[in-house]
Each structure stands twice: as structure tokens, then as C-alpha cells.
Design a protein around this ligand. Sequence first.
Ligand code: ATP
Length: 310
Amino acid sequence: MINNDVWFAVVNPQSANGCTRKRWPKFLQRLEQEGYTVDFAYTLGPGDATSITRRVLHEGYTRIISVGGDGTINEVVNGFFIDGCLINPDAELALFSHGTGGDFVRSLSISRGIEGFIEILKKGRKRTIDVGEVQFLDDHGQPRNRYFLNVADIGLGGETVNRVNRQSKLLGGKISFLIGTMVSIFRYRNKTMRCKIDDKYCIEGRLNSIMVANGRYIGGGMMIAPNAEIDDGLFDVISLGDFSAWMLLRNIPKIYKGEHLKIPGVSEQRGGSVSITTAEKALLDIDGEQPGQTPVKFTIHPKSLCIWDV
Ligand SMILES: Nc1ncnc2c1ncn2[C@@H]1O[C@H](COP(=O)(O)OP(=O)(O)OP(=O)(O)O)[C@@H](O)[C@H]1O
């Protein structure tokens, strides 16, 4: 029987360009100095954070820490579910943000660094938040599903993430994403999309992308969905119209500040279920990972995951 006070940390040693591997032993020492008992495992590769989380939840751990960036948070959250259900509805997640981008925690105002994380544990404030689910086709055309906390998108974002994840992030999340975005903007061709929100056709035509947001930020700090709330039971659906590369580039500063919603061609809508189909293949991006393509269907699971917040 595992004591409820024991935490289990799922540590991605490769996150933050490999810095997490060097720093984790010191972080663990600090947590132990503060009186916390923390068991942990390093992930061995993509997908491992999901398997580890599932295994330890089945073993009886109820308090999980994700140590890494947005990709690690996403994999850990997926480990909370099996066959469409939470493994343990009483399980809780604490986020030790140690990646390059760290977009999801921006929506929570969680500060970076071990001292900020210890403060969260000491305060002990918990919050139950919405979880998004997306059904999509993988690269072999097989139907898959995945859960997410932050933002998923179809279009330019998928192509950009595909490119950024193949290059080094040594310059930091924001700059790497900016460079990847620039190259993608010039190579990407807008796609004909149809988007249904809560079973009504809402957006149709040639579009750059559609973002389905629970959190507010993508790409190392772009405030793409400035009005999104992580516990309102709804996605914020932001679409970017048939923009040219130059028009997008001109507006990137506005997107970073969340001031893009009034630009003609940008729309903001809300709903709990979102389906997107495209005339040609369009890539899906979920929390900075690129697992597949259209057609996609998003469903929100209101207030279904307990996280530790500031
Ligand atoms: N041992 C490992 N070796 C290589 N890659 C790994 C390993 N463990 C996990 N990964 C992969 O590392 C990728 C990046 O992780 P993560 O997103 O947490 O860090 P990051 O890219 O530094 O942060 P952010 O996404 O916030 O910019 C994930 O896709 C994950 O699947």
C-alpha cells in the first residue's frame, strides 16, 4: 500500500535541451530537505511518460509530478486515462515546469524553478480543470485519440511543430519557435477547412489554421486564445483566415500580446465539441507534439483533472 503523502515524479531528462537530466538530482535533494518523499523515474523516450504514469497510478500512487515541458505534461496527462476513463479519479497532478517553452503553465501563472514549485506544494491549493480529447488519424491512417490540457491546432501550427521538433531548441523555446514559424509560414499553403462547433457548421472556407484552446498560450508565449479559461467547460476556437505569409508576419507581434482577435479574418467562438475536416491533408498539433492529421474531433471533459495551482 502506497502512502498518500508519497509523490511520484515522472522526469523527462531530455526536456529543456537536456538540462533536466543534470539538474534533477539537486531538485530532488531540495524537495527532500523540505520534507517531501518523492519516488521518481526518468523517461526513456517519447511516449514513456504516459506508460510510467499509468503504471504508477495502477500501483497506487495518487500524487504525480510532471517534470519537463509541455510535451511531458501532455504525455503524463494521457497516462491518467485508460480506455476513455480516469485510472483513479482521486489522483492529482503537480506541474514542475522545466522545458524550453512552458506554455501551459503560463495560463496558471506557475513560476518556474524549484523554489516556486516548493511554494505550490506548501500552499496545497488544488483546482479541478477541463481536459480536452481529440480523435484523429495517425500517420498510417489509423484512428487514435489523445488528451490535452493546453491548445491543439490544425494547419500552420502542425507544420511548424513538425519542423521545430526536428531542429535544436538551443536558442530557447521562443526563438526556436519563431525561426520554425518563419520558415513554415513561407512554405505552408492555406487549406480548405470545414469546422463544426456543437454540431453547427461555423467556419468554412480557405483558412490558415484553426486553434482549439483550453489554455491561452502556444509557441513559447504567443497568447493565441486570450479569453480561454481552463475550467469553463468550453474550448475557445480561434480561426485565422486566408492570410498571406506577409500578413501573418506583420501580425505576429499582435498574436504574442493577444491583440489579434479584431484583425479581419480572425474569429473567436466557443463550444464543447469541435469537428474539423479538410480538403487536403492538414497536420494536427497537440501541446507542441505532432501525432497525426485530419479529420479530427475534439471533446471537452469539464473539470476532470485535479492539479496543484498557485
Ligand atoms: N529519454 C528521452 N529521450 C528523448 N526524448 C524524450 C525522452 N523522454 C521524453 N522525450 C520526449 O521529449 C520531448 C520534449 O519534451 P518536453 O516538451 O517536455 O520538453 P521541451 O521540448 O524542452 O519543452 P516545451 O515543450 O515546453 O518547449 C517529448 O516529445 C518527449 O516525448
